[in-house]
Write a protein that binds this ligand. Sequence first.
Ligand code: HEC
Length: 299
Amino acid sequence: MKVMKAFVAGLALMGLAAPGALAAGGAKPLEEGKTELPDWSFDGPFGKFDKPAVQRGFQVYTEVCSSCHGLKLLSFRNLAESGGPFDTGEPDDSEALVKEFAAMFMIDEIDDVGDVVQRPRTPADRFPDPYPNPQAAAAGNGGAIPPDFSVIVKARHGGADYIYRLLTGYPDQDEIVDGVLHVNDEHSHGELKQPPGLYYNPYFGGDVSSNWTGDPRHAPYGGFIAMPPQLTDGKVEYMDGTVATKEQMAADVAQFLAWASEPKMQSRKSLGFAVMIYLFFLALLVYFSYKQIWRKVEH
Ligand code: HEC
């Protein structure tokens, strides 16, 4: 009985201690007003993408992110797939839209006599890369290479939540004077000096203690990222009239990137459901046939 009690108490303690332990591991406890993460419609076994959000996110990607981040595994034709930004419900219309959109981007091709010529892209072509090679990408971004977005939501712990937090998590840039951020919250008190070309973000992995003037045991969570803050209220003007707050754009672009990481998610989930129903009836059938066949046999 005693052992049992100790076990239950231990469990309860673990439950209490766990959030603290996680916080100490680097993830920042959510700040006031930021506790709300978007409620992703694509989560769960029956989840679907929120098409208007995917469309808005696509607009944010093309207008803001595509100058640095590629989507090299995505073909233009994917845009018309179910749940995709160009899925109008009418396959012919969707295809026409994709065709028109793809043709806005040129691609190099070798012609019959071996010369390099340019032609407009077709729906079968991949998305253009913002930089000709990794060296050019690094040179354009102070040595850091903006990662390709094709599988970014799958490749980062936390997925769409992480993208949302990273984009909205930068401190208010007005508070940074000559690269120095004054921190004064319940966890840390002191000054944080941003190295040139890097930006403090509490959700980016790393260690900022060598640039911290306060108590080293209470250095702020997070690290320095080579990407400047990208989103400010009103950065894009949404075609559907939605008010483009920083949080709205971050949620929409995260939804779009979740779609881009798995454009076939919706068909996968609906097929999965059909297969489960099929297996259920098959199991019933097999069970009753078994009963029927062995009905007269003693076993
Ligand atoms: C001016 C170029 C530039 C633009 C525009 C830009 N980024 Fe970045 N981004 C970078 C660079 C550079 C890095 C690599 C940072 C590093 O490793 O320190 C990066 C990294 C990232 C990462 C990966 C962080 C990690 O965990 O490794 C994400 C996610 C990201 N950017 C999202 C976005 C989104 C979403 C947009 C558009 C709203 C955007 N970026 C626009 C330059 C850019």
